[in-house]
Design a protein around this ligand. Structure first.
Ligand code: DC
Length: 226
């Protein structure tokens, strides 16, 4: 990484570890940019579905990923960033369980990952970047000065997701959610291309049993921003 480049804090970890909320809060506190890399995989899956591209058709998926027309719009504090695809608001569409599962499937393909790599690196701009994902510290920003790996037990992550969905009025079964989380973890951790794992120089923070504020305190301390 060139010395003139803006600093990056990478936050990797499994879904439901609190990464999304924590990285939003961190970026806001620091006044830095935020990269939600998972959204790019979700958008690739959604665009493929809308264009009638099969999740097995790797060459077409690469085209879909390379030609994504995406814009992230800032929103008031506490709300997820607004995501536009070809000018259409798809914020809610990319957050469904199906889209997350399809994203995890397209994410195993190295050529799809390659197609999204530069787009992710382009988020590195002054005054700095908080990068949320699975391979931010290992592949996308290997020279980042601060790397955090945020984790939590599968049971706790299922419970958090259950509460989120219930609050949103969605009727779900917690055992089914736990099973989905286990399947997705297994796929994300055991794929050949950029598997989910802490970078050698990452600081691991376990958020099981902690409130968001408590996690944020630990993450700020790890980032040297306490
Ligand atoms: O963080 P998320 O749930 O929005 O991510 C959706 C899927 O995208 C996840 O199951 C794996 C994949 N992903 C990835 O492979 N690499 C990233 N940097 C981010 C997400």
């Amino acid at each position: 990484m060139a010395e003139s480049k803006a600093p990056v804090i990478t936050v990797d970890g499994p879904g439901g570890s609190g990464k999304g909320t924590i990285t939003q809060m961190l970026a806001r506190r620091l006044g830095w940019h935020l990269l939600d890399s998972g959204a790019l995989y979700r958008l690739t899956a959604l665009a493929a579905e809308r264009q009638g591209v099969s999740l097995e058709d790797e060459p077409s998926l690469v085209n879909v990923a390379a030609s994504l027309d995406v814009a992230f719009e800032p929103t008031p504090p506490g709300e997820p960033a607004k995501v536009l695809m070809a000018g259409v608001d798809v914020t809610a569409d990319i957050r469904t369980e199906t889209c997350g599962d399809n994203a995890s499937k397209v994410a195993v393909m190295q050529p799809v990952r390659d197609a999204l790599l530069q787009r992710q690196r382009d988020f590195q701009k002054p005054p700095g970047l908080v990068a949320d994902g699975r391979d931010m510290g290992t592949v996308v920003f290997p020279d980042a000065p601060v790397k955090i790996f945020l984790t939590a037990s599968a049971e706790e992550r299922a419970q958090r997701r259950y509460s989120q969905l219930k609050d949103a009025g969605v009727d779900v079964n917690i055992d089914a959610l736990l099973e989905e989380i286990r399947v997705r973890d297994e796929r994300d951790m055991n794929r050949a291309a950029a598997p989910l794992k802490p970078a050698d120089d990452a600081q691991v923070i376990d958020s099981t049993g902690l409130s968001i504020e408590e996690v944020l305190v630990r993450v700020m301390a790890a980032a040297g921003q306490a």
